[in-house]
Design a protein around this ligand. Structure first.
Ligand code: IMP
Ligand code: MG
Length: 181
């Protein structure tokens, strides 16, 4: 285990098992339809890469990047598009793939923006859900795990851009972010 991690919250093998289940569920729900998998950079990339390989449907990939936490752990509530989609989603079935639903402000803003482009549907798939922190009125359509109100890293999730490459989800030692702030 990495020295900055207080404890492992979700083991690698449990993540892999759950991601395969989500992929199978999505495959069943969207049968007969094409999917545009929209990854929210950068936190979703590991989840995105694993999940899409468990989705057995005609699928295209696109990405968006929005301003988020920076190095701090609290959502600013101010969300801005840094990189927009490359393709038009009008009439398409959009599956938004995110690492974690926390306050919900990011995905709530994003779904509203994308809805104005008249897709056939928009659904949200998040690996982690931290419902305790929710301020926006938003729920995921697909969710890997509900987690407690702790700051986690790994499997794509970062603190100050680090730890994304851990294969498990771990709780960061508070001294790490206390030093950084
Ligand atoms: P929201 O707008 O508050 O839902 O923020 C979602 C974003 O906040 C995620 O995409 C993450 O980048 C970040 N975030 C929220 N909680 C955590 C955490 O525990 N660890 C790492 N990033 C987090
Ligand atoms: Mg993020």
């Amino acid at each position: 285990m990495h020295n900055d991690i207080a404890r492992v919250l979700i083991e690698t093998s449990d993540i892999q098992k759950r991601v395969a289940e989500l992929g199978a569920q999505i495959t069943g729900d969207y049968r007969g339809r094409d999917v545009v998998a929209v990854g929210i950079l950068k936190g979703s990339i590991i989840f995105y890469a694993d999940l899409t390989r468990h989705i057995d449907l005609p699928l295209t990939m696109d990405f968006m990047s929005i301003s988020s936490y920076g190095n701090s752990r609290k959502s600013s509530g101010v969300v801005q598009i840094r990189k927009d989609l490359d393709h038009n989603i009008m009439g398409k079935h959009v599956l938004l793939i995110e690492d974690i639903l926390d306050s919900g402000q990011t995905l709530s803003f994003l779904s509203e923006v994308l809805a104005t482009r008249e897709p056939a549907s928009i659904r949200i798939c998040t690996l982690l859900d931290k419902p305790v922190q929710r301020v926006a009125d938003i729920q995921p359509d697909y969710r890997g795990f509900i987690i407690p109100d702790e700051f986690v890293v790994g499997y794509g999730l970062d603190h100050a851009e680090r730890y994304r490459n851990l294969s498990y989800i771990g709780v960061l030692k508070p001294k790490v972010y206390e030093q950084a702030n």
